[in-house]
Design a protein around this ligand. Sequence first.
Ligand SMILES: Nc1ncnc2c1ncn2[C@@H]1O[C@H](COP(=O)(O)OP(=O)(O)OP(=O)(O)O)[C@@H](O)[C@H]1O
Ligand SMILES: [Mg+2]
Length: 441
Amino acid sequence: MAQNKNDKKAVPPTPENTRKNERDVIAALDIGSSKVCCFIAETGAHGGLDVIGIGHQAARGVKSGKITDLKAAEHAIGYAVEAAENMARERLQNRPISSVYVSVPGTQALSHQMDVDARVTNGIVTDRDVRNALSHARAAGAHGRDDLIHVIPGNFTLDRQRGIADPRGMKGQQIGVHISAVTAYTTALRNISHVAAQNHLDIEGYCAAPYAAGLSCLVDDEKDLGCTVIDMGGGTTSIAVFAEGRLIFTAAIPVGGQHVTSDIARGLTTSLADAERIKTLYGSAQTSPADDAATIDVPPVGEEEHALPNYVPKSLLTGIIQPRIEETFELVRAKLVDSGIDAKTGRRVVLTGGASQLSGLTDIAQLILDKQVRLGRPQKMRGLAEATGGPAFSACAGLLHYAVAHADEVPVFEKPQNFVFNVPIGGPLLQKVTLWLKENW
Ligand SMILES: Nc1ncnc2c1ncn2[C@@H]1O[C@H](COP(=O)(O)OP(=O)(O)OP(=O)(O)O)[C@@H](O)[C@H]1O
Ligand SMILES: [Mg+2]
């Protein structure tokens, strides 16, 4: 049995025994409702990613994405990280990793859209004008319980001309920018950083799980033309919408594959373990004419192993699964429609996550969402074996892409020195956005 990473507490890492994560080694930690997973990768000079360590463990103390038992979660993380370190032992020169990029479950994050605009002072747009745009923000919300994890500026407008990537140096009167921001519940981030710290890990960056899933399984054309990623996990189904090459919306519902499993356990009066096995072996989200003729053996709950077989028609199983899947996609559609984002989502949907492996899923998604649907798994990464290159690992793999190409989106929370914050605008969220933009423009 793997040694728990917590057991290392006796020998705390020091500069001598810890390989500080050098620029060429990055680690990702995805704390899911079903499994905790750690990837360690090396980045090549060309920006490519080579996964050198993989560890995963059944999740403990996590429900619908939320950490509900710190100790249990801490131990599961310890095992996963330790397994990944063991695999990468040679490349890491026997030293533990010291920091990770970590996923924030979709259920613990909120997506915000805001438009910001301002007058150009001297007829030619300068850095100052771009910054000034923020003091005229229209959309503001008080999100006292939240922390900002992503700020993604869209294209600018200049005198109502849309689609300007960088307005600086251009002539005009009025500039505007659309911002897509993601906040996460402070308590969720605190719990994540606590369980990481208990394993001697610093958090290098937070990334919303569906955003990470999208970064790992979408191709550039999909991100440009508009595409919705649906990450179907154990306890959550989370959504990320991409358009014009960037994230524009995230959402989640606290329903996932575990709900399908418990529906089966209840409906067929069998144990959760048998229901899970039956689901993965025979489960389908769509009825087929052959279902009535086919039978499956369902061990009754609590019976001895050698009890008489209990055969039920496969149609009964499909009849349990289908309504739950339909309900899930209906809820996804409602999230997209209610948020007003549906019109921008394009024609494409990519399903990923462990629960996307259920047969017949794409047809139902196509029908309910009225889009072209494909299955997605991690891409553009070397070193993933068949088992760890599957859809359940999209979010973890995506964290590595995030680390390499998007980590500079992370805002700075602290107020910088010598900084005069002259215009109070909206709630804390907007102030954080402003600070970030002031720093980055
Ligand atoms: N072949 C399969 N067919 C159907 N469902 C499957 C299959 N393999 C795995 N699953 C389901 O996938 C789910 C786990 O998916 P995943 O590993 O993506 O979850 P997670 O990331 O830990 O959870 P979450 O993202 O919700 O926090 C489980 O409910 C499991 O039953
Ligand atoms: Mg997940």
